[in-house]
Write a protein that binds this ligand. Structure first.
Ligand code: PMP
Length: 351
């Protein structure tokens, strides 16, 4: 058999196990679909689609709508197939052989994973004791490594807390290259790095339609940043990588922004209720600014608890093999009924 590149051959994949259960709280999806109006408008857009023609290569309408949403020009928006493809495009343009990306563990594993796929060297720093950004460590790692790309994740997956704007600004002041702030869960958090953009040309912010917009199936994510950076990303993107259906789905969704914010508020309220219920069980908990909660069962090991939950038809994410997360699991906030089912199952498994 032909062999893939050595570094690819040795790479482990990155996926949550596929298990058939009733309550799926493992990949931070929204528990609710977008509103019926969105579905109807999208169906109409699909019905009038010119399927025999290539889609708008520059995704003009979608980028203009997103630019309006954030008060920036369409030339400051880069769209792709999920924010994972945005991350890949950033690394294709700003990483690659001879270049370095820096991450601070524990964090979203795909930043380092995609960096390695693109041949970018990865240097790993650590977050502080409570998983906050440790600026001494940032200074030591990002500056010493002459990082071409620094990844921050705010709110941080899987630990839950958002970085403050002061912390992010400090990172920008010590990191020599591009600072990517992954805000996949941005709408759940009290502040956003988008506020820093006008003065900080080296900062880019990533957003996705997969979580707060309830559109994980559509695969749409984007970056907000300086026009020069967006132009560089366009150079590495494949022609017509954004299909017409996706462009329409995103454009239509933006008109339903108020519904999205209502869902976010409902999830935040559920998160606080879930946090309270977990507080009565034998688990350690970390505060969250996102739609998930990191917890560590005190009575049995993470693998046993994960399996015990699966046996009761509840699926959460086992993150216990990640750096600094020994014994930890992560649960996505679901509907009230799903959360109740999770708490009841966890109570049995940890008693
Ligand atoms: N960034 C973070 C921090 C995430 O948690 C996820 C989803 N797990 C993504 C990016 C990717 O999201 P998508 O590709 O669905 O936009």
């Amino acid at each position: 058999m032909p062999q893939p590149r050595d570094d690819v051959r040795l790479m482990a994949g990155y996926h949550s196990p596929l298990v058939d259960v009733a309550v799926r709280l493992n990949v931070n999806e929204s528990p609710w679909p977008p509103p019926a109006g969105w579905r109807h408008e999208l169906a109409a857009a699909v019905a009038s689609l010119d399927a025999h023609r290539y889609p708008d290569r520059e995704a003009t309408g979608l980028r203009r709508a997103l630019g309006d949403l954030h008060g920036v020009g369409a030339d400051q928006i880069f769209c792709a197939n999920g924010s994972n493809e945005v991350i890949q495009s950033v690394l294709l343009a700003y990483g690659g052989h001879g270049r370095t990306a820096v991450v601070f563990d524990p964090t979203y594993e795909l930043h380092a994973h995609i960096a390695r796929i693109t041949g970018t060297a990865v240097v790993r720093g650590e977050r502080g004791l409570r998983f906050e950004l440790d600026l001494g460590e940032v200074r030591r790692v990002a500056a010493d490594a002459l990082a071409d790309v620094v990844f921050l994740c705010s709110p941080n997956n899987p630990t839950g807390r958002a970085d403050t704007l002061d912390e992010i600004s400090e990172v920008v002041s010590v990191a020599p290259g591009l600072v990517v702030v992954d805000e996949a869960y941005g709408q759940f958090a009290p502040q956003t790095a988008l506020e820093l953009l006008p003065g900080e040309e080296r900062v880019v912010v990533l957003r996705t339609f997969s979580k707060t917009w309830s559109m994980a199936a559509l695969r749409l994510g984007y970056l907000v940043g300086a026009p020069e950076i967006v132009a560089a990303l366009e150079r590495v993107a494949l022609p017509y990588h954004l299909d017409a259906l996706k462009q329409a789905a995103g454009r239509v969704a933006i008109a339903y922004q108020a519904d999205m914010h209502r869902r976010v508020a409902a999830i935040v309220a559920e998160r606080e209720r879930l946090m309270g219920a977990l507080g009565d069980l034998a688990v350690d908990l970390w505060p969250s600014d996102a739609n998930f909660i990191l917890f560590r069962p005190r009575t049995s090991d993470a693998g046993q608890v994960w399996q015990g939950l699966v046996d009761r038809s509840v699926l959460v994410r086992d993150v216990s093999t990640r750096p600094r997360l020994e014994g930890c699991l992560r649960v996505t906030v679901g509907t009230p009924e799903e959360n109740d089912a999770f708490v009841a199952a966890l109570k049995e498994v940890t008693k």
